[in-house]
Write a new protein. Structure first.
Length: 247
């Protein structure tokens, strides 16, 4: 009816669609659409930047965490290695101490065993000595000057062996590491090797020390049953006992 047409015309205005200020021309619409698109693109770009920033921050946090874990592992490995090295060092020190104690105990035992053996040897040497010839009977008289200035003298049956002389000297003075000098100029007649507590066998198999000018006629491994006369000891003789190092 007429009222509706009037409303439509009123709404459209007298100038029609193109002249209404409320309906933009196509260029304005396009500009607005472009502006909106640009705003949307900018918003999306900002959102992407925000997401990229978040992802970069997360990656940096992950990297820092992994680096921290790596350092922790290295510290733990270094601490474990140091602890193991300390343990091994303590075990080595304990083993060395035990070995040293074992050597010390073995050395002390060798010394004790040797002292006991020497006491028995010297007691046997004393028991083997023949009785001195009575006054007026033929005898070989031996006088001995000892280290430190002491003196000994004894009478022996004629033809007594060097072993009898050695038994006598060893029963009176521990002859270990000592020698007997005779004649003039004095020469080393006989020697007994020194005891070496560091050697497992006490140095029993070691050669008599080879000192300058030290060439004993006999030592404690030789056959000492030969007579004193056979080695140049006269019927009345003066001998000297000295340490091997002083000979």
């Amino acid at each position: 009816g007429r009222p509706r047409r009037r409303l439509v015309r009123s709404a459209l205005g007298a100038g029609g669609l193109g002249s209404s200020p409320h309906f933009p021309v196509p260029e304005e619409v396009q500009a607005q659409l472009m502006a909106r698109q640009m705003a949307a693109d900018m918003a999306r770009g900002l959102e992407r930047q925000r997401h990229d920033s978040i992802r970069a921050e997360v990656r940096e946090q992950d990297r820092a965490f992994e680096e921290s874990e790596r350092r922790d592992r290295e510290r733990q490995a270094a601490a474990a290695a140091a602890a193991e090295a300390e343990k091994l060092a303590q075990e080595a020190a304990a083993a060395a101490a035990a070995a040293e104690e074992e050597l010390r105990a073995a050395k002390e035992q060798r010394i004790l065993d040797h002292e006991n053996a020497r006491q028995e040897e010297r007691a046997l040497a004393l028991s083997r000595l023949p009785a001195e010839p009575a006054d007026g009977e033929p005898a070989q008289v031996i006088a001995v000057r000892l280290p430190g200035g002491g003196r000994l003298q004894r009478r022996f049956p004629i033809g007594s062996g060097v072993d009898t002389l050695v038994d006598w000297l060893d029963s009176e003075v521990d002859m270990e590491g000592k020698c007997v000098l005779s004649g003039w100029p004095a020469k080393v007649l006989w020697s007994m090797r020194p005891f070496d507590p560091e050697a497992e066998d006490g140095g029993a198999s070691a050669a008599t020390p080879d000192l300058p000018g030290y060439h004993p006629m006999l030592d404690n491994d030789d056959d000492l049953s030969i007579s004193m006369a056979d080695v140049g000891i006269e019927q009345r003789a003066a001998l000297t006992v000295r340490g091997i190092d002083d000979a």
